[in-house]
Design a protein around this ligand. Structure first.
Ligand SMILES: [Zn+2]
Length: 624
């Protein structure tokens, strides 16, 4: 074991008001052609304001390569981004998003916190996106303008899907793209420091990439964010194991890899096996309509259904915009092939002339979209289709952990409508799109890194991935379980330094077009309202004498039960009236905001003592 392992960075380096550029350097800062005015306009237009943070990245030493995981709390795997730095140059990898959860209190979704990077935006000119899953590209519309539109590097299909997405947010004309062809044997040098190569991996969306990054400091990094190894995929080629192995020959310093299903033994099922099961269902269901639900980016599954339709003379109808967009793009790029007229957008005009038993409807059920097409069909709110008895619904997608409840909610609804349900529990109609243990072992053996960082998902899954690495040949001290605020520097002689400085990453949520932290006053108020009760007190007062005119009005919500309303309301009125009058008598010149504060705190402690409840109190004074 290297005795300098995880040595702390020197304090003197990090406490100063340093910036990215090391002191005593003559190297010039790269001039980037940007238009600050335009981007601040875009920002204002979208109401995008990342919180301002006072933070300076510790100065990076010469020849060091830095890695910062921009995660959140390490318990939630979703809103991830990784940052690499060499000299004054920063490279970002992926840009995740976490879909709405109950704890977000009705906000739309959550994104990685790049606030600390905003002062360094001139140092960030590119961002790599590994694949086209919605949760990897959706946050780009917030991140790109905030960072002055760094160039996006990705594979062909991913870029097209990103372009479609940015077009909807009026960002396409200012975005810059570079397409990666991972089948080519070429190292791409961008800027001065990062040399990158890309390799093909399997996932549920075609054209997914793994990344190799090399810096002049002799640090070599390999990163497979979402991946699996499928030797019989539908549209893709199998993961490019020979290229991965050829990159190993460069001696990999740091390997970051997907831990999602590290707990699952053996191999994940191949797409070809799923095809056989789907084909069996499609060929035998001749009396009923079939509705198949999947993720909108699952292009290879759509191809499988097309193949079966052509054999068994059925017609496909697509319901949901993102699905139609992705299928159109994939057809245009020849990832998806179908004969004319076999696949159409869902509309009454298109379906009316096809008998129900010849219809296969593909729709989305992505588990977080409250208004996804299947929910609407089940609630009879869809503009074209309603679930009727004997419709057969195939859930050809998996349940994202923590979302089981919402999936059972929709299944219950469908059963009540007498629909037939097929899930992967009663028929193998879906495979996992993340590597199982044996695939993870193959990847670890091929890459043979000096250091390994399991990425993505709860600490538990990353811990199990660590155990898998230890079961091979890795020494325990070389497997790093990181937190979201860590700053890790690699030195070419294999030493690793973990800084004492913590990156100030907060829990950011998007509420419509606004960015908030979870401790913002709006979210705190929602939380309070959710956990407690509300009392509104309305005073009508004379604007000159400040005397109360008329009787006080109060409204309460969720505070009192029917048989105690009168008594408690009376108590409250008596209390707030006396607090108001006594305060005005004691301090006649008191400002209204201070008076309101006193009324609030006074009533708060009164109610806690009297009825042991702690409501939100909203006093309002109307001056007449
Ligand atoms: Zn993915």
């Amino acid at each position: 074991m290297d005795k300098n392992f995880l040595e702390e960075l020197d304090n003197e380096l990090s406490n100063s008001n340093s910036n990215l550029i090391p002191k005593n350097t003559k190297k010039s800062v790269i001039n980037i052609n940007n238009n600050q005015q335009f981007f601040s306009d875009t920002l204002n237009k979208n109401n995008l304001n990342f919180p301002q943070v006072k933070f300076y990245l510790p100065t990076i030493r010469d020849k060091y390569t830095r890695f910062i995981p921009i995660w959140w709390n390490n318990e939630t795997g979703w809103k991830n981004m990784n940052m690499f730095q060499y000299w004054e140059e920063i490279l970002l990898l992926d840009c995740w998003l976490q879909f709405a959860e109950l704890e977000m209190l009705w906000a739309n979704y959550s994104i990685p916190d790049i606030s600390f990077l905003i002062p360094y935006k001139k140092n960030i000119v590119w961002i790599i996106i590994t694949h086209a899953h919605l949760d990897h590209i959706w946050a780009l519309k917030h991140i790109l303008p905030a960072l002055w539109m760094p160039t996006i590097y990705s594979s062909k299909l991913t870029l097209w899907i990103i372009k479609k997405h940015l077009e909807e947010y009026n960002l396409l004309k200012d975005a810059k793209f570079t397409e990666i062809d991972s089948s080519k044997e070429e190292i791409i040098t961008i800027w001065n420091s990062f040399k990158c190569d890309f390799f093909w991996v399997n996932h549920s969306v075609p054209d997914s990439l793994g990344v190799y990054i090399e810096t002049p400091g002799w640090t070599k990094i390999m990163h497979t964010w979402d991946f699996k190894i499928d030797l019989a995929p539908e549209i893709d080629k199998p993961a490019d194991l020979s290229k991965i192995w050829s990159l190993w020959k460069k001696w990999i310093t740091l390997f970051l890899s997907d831990s999602t299903w590290s707990t699952r033994k053996w191999f994940s099922t191949s797409e070809k096996e799923i095809w056989m099961n789907l084909e069996k269902i499609i060929s035998t269901h001749n009396n009923w309509r079939l509705i198949i639900t999947l993720f909108s980016s699952w292009i290879s599954r759509v191809q499988q259904i097309i193949n079966a339709c052509e054999i068994y003379d059925k017609y496909i109808f697509l319901s949901w915009k993102s699905l139609v967009d992705n299928v159109n793009i994939s057809k245009e790029l020849w990832y998806l092939k179908s004969k004319t007229g076999r696949i159409r957008k869902m509309s009454p005009k298109n379906t009316d002339w096809i008998p129900l038993e010849k219809q296969i409807i593909i729709t989305t059920w992505s588990q977080w979209e409250e208004f996804s097409a299947l929910t609407r069909m089940a609630e009879w709110k869809h503009n074209t289709i309603e679930i009727i008895p004997w419709d057969t619904i195939i859930f050809s997608s998996s349940v994202v952990p923590w979302n089981e409840k919402s999936v059972y909610w929709i299944i219950n609804k469908l059963i009540k409508l007498w629909a037939n349900i097929i899930t992967k529990d009663n028929w193998e109609v879906h495979t996992w799109w993340h590597a199982f243990q044996e695939e993870q072992k193959i990847m670890l053996n091929l890459v043979s890194p000096s250091y390994f960082v399991p990425v993505y998902w709860d600490l538990y899954f990353r811990h199990v991935h660590k155990k898998t690495a230890l079961s091979l040949w890795m020494p325990e001290e070389n497997v790093l379980l990181l937190d979201n605020w860590n700053i890790i520097d690699f030195w070419p002689d294999w030493k690793v330094f973990r800084s004492k400085i913590k990156v100030p990453i907060q829990d950011l949520i998007i509420d419509w077009n606004w960015i908030w932290t979870t401790n913002s006053h709006v979210i705190q108020a929602r939380e309070k309202m959710m956990n407690s009760w509300v009392v509104v007190v309305l005073y009508k007062v004379d604007s000159k004498t400040r005397a109360i005119i008329d009787s006080l009005k109060i409204e309460t919500r969720w505070l009192v039960y029917l048989d105690e309303v009168r008594t408690i309301h009376k108590l409250i009125i008596k209390k707030v009236k006396s607090t108001y009058e006594n305060t005005i008598k004691d301090v006649p010149e008191i400002e209204e905001k201070d008076l309101l504060k006193i009324i609030k705190t006074d009533l708060e402690s009164f109610l806690e003592k009297k009825i042991d409840r702690n409501p939100m109190i909203i006093p309002i004074i109307v001056n007449i």
